[in-house]
Ligand binder design. Structure first.
Ligand code: NAP
Length: 247
C-alpha cells in the first residue's frame, strides 16, 4: 500500500500567535466525523507525522485541520510556514474512535473540549447525525484567553440552525470575558455552573459525554463525571464517557 498521499495546501488561516487552520486538497479515504488524518512533512530526509482531526464534515472539501504551534515542535513550526500551493503529505486512511457511531443513544449529547480539541466536534456538528439522534447537543469550549475562542462564526450558524436543540458554553480561564464562564470545566460541573449555563441536566440517566483536548482536563473531567455514576463507554460494556487525548 502507498505510504503517503500528496496533498496541496489551499489556504492557511492564522487566528492568534499560535493557533492556525490549514486547508488541504488531498484524495484520502472516506472518514467519519470526529476522526483524524495523519499529516506529514519531510524533515531532513525523514517523514515527521502527527495526527490532526478533520474540522470539515465528511462531505465538505477542502480538508481542514486546526492546530496550535509548539515552541520546539518539529512539525507545527513547519506547518505554520506553509503557503497556498505547497505540498503536504497525508496517510491514506483516516482513523479514530471519537465518532458518533461508537456512541449509544440517549437523550442528550455533551461535547466537551479545550483548545484545538474543539475541531473534531465541529466536524460532528456539521453533519445531520447529532441533530437526528439527540434531544439536546451541548458544545463546551474552554480556552485560556478570549482571543482563543475561535470558530465563533460556525458555532453561531449552528446555534441559529438548531436553536433550542443546541447549547453552547464557552470558558475563558485566565481573564474575565463577557458571555463566558470563568475557570475550569471540572469545577463548573461540580458546582452546577455548567449545567445552569447550558440549561441541560448532566447525568448518567440522560447524557453521553465526549471529551477532547488537554489530557489533564480529560482526566479531571472524567473523575468528576464518575462521581455522578457515569463511566467510560466500551463496546462490550456501554457507558457514558468517550474520550480523546489531544497530545
Ligand atoms: P491548555 O493548557 O490546554 O488550556 C486550555 C484550557 O484548558 C484552559 O482553560 C485551561 O485552564 C484548561 N485546563 C488545563 N488543565 C486543565 C485541567 N486539568 N482540568 C480542566 N481544565 C484544564 O491550553 P492550550 O493553549 O490549548 O495549549 C497549551 C499548550 O498545550 C500548548 O502550548 C502546547 O504545548 C500544548 N498542546 C499540545 C498539543 C499537541 O501536542 N498536539 C495540542 C494542543 C496543545 P487554565 O488556564 O486554568 O490552565
Amino acid at each position: 500500500m502507498q505510504k503517503w498521499i500528496e496533498g496541496t495546501v489551499v489556504d492557511q488561516k492564522r487566528w492568534t500567535e499560535t493557533l492556525f487552520t490549514l486547508c488541504v486538497k488531498a484524495e484520502v479515504a472516506g472518514f467519519e466525523a470526529g476522526q483524524f488524518a495523519k499529516l506529514a512533512l519531510a524533515v531532513e530526509g525523514e517523514m515527521v507525522a502527527r495526527p490532526y482531526s478533520f474540522v470539515n464534515a465528511p462531505k465538505e472539501r477542502p480538508h481542514e485541520f486546526y492546530y496550535v504551534t509548539l515552541p520546539e515542535g518539529p512539525l507545527t513550526q513547519r506547518l505554520c510556514k506553509l503557503e497556498t500551493g505547497d505540498t503536504i503529505y497525508l496517510a491514506p486512511r483516516p482513523a479514530g474512535f471519537l465518532v458518533l457511531s461508537e456512541v449509544p443513544d440517549g437523550p442528550d449529547l455533551w461535547l466537551i473540549s479545550t483548545g484545538t480539541g474543539v475541531g473534531p466536534f465541529l466536524s460532528i456538528l456539521k453533519t445531520e447525525t447529532p441533530w437526528q439522534r439527540f434531544e439536546h447537543v451541548v458544545l463546551v469550549h474552554a480556552v485560556r484567553h478570549a482571543e482563543e475562542l475561535t470558530y465563533r462564526d460556525i458555532m453561531g450558524r449552528l446555534l441559529r440552525e438548531h436553536s433550542g436543540q443546541m447549547r453552547l458554553a464557552c470558558f475563558v480561564s485566565r481573564e474575565k470575558a463577557p458571555g463566558t464562564l470563568h475557570g475550569r470545566i471540572p469545577a463548573a460541573i461540580e458546582d452546577g455552573r455548567l449545567e445552569a449555563a447550558a440549561g441541560v441536566e448532566l447525568s448518567a440517566k440522560t447524557s453521553h459525554v465526549m471529551i477532547c483536548g488537554n489530557p489533564e482536563m480529560v482526566t479531571d473531567t472524567t473523575e468528576v463525571l464518575k462521581r455522578r455514576a457515569m463511566r467510560k463507554h466500551r463496546r462490550r460494556e456501554p457507558g457514558h464517557i468517550t474520550v480523546e487525548n489531544y497530545w
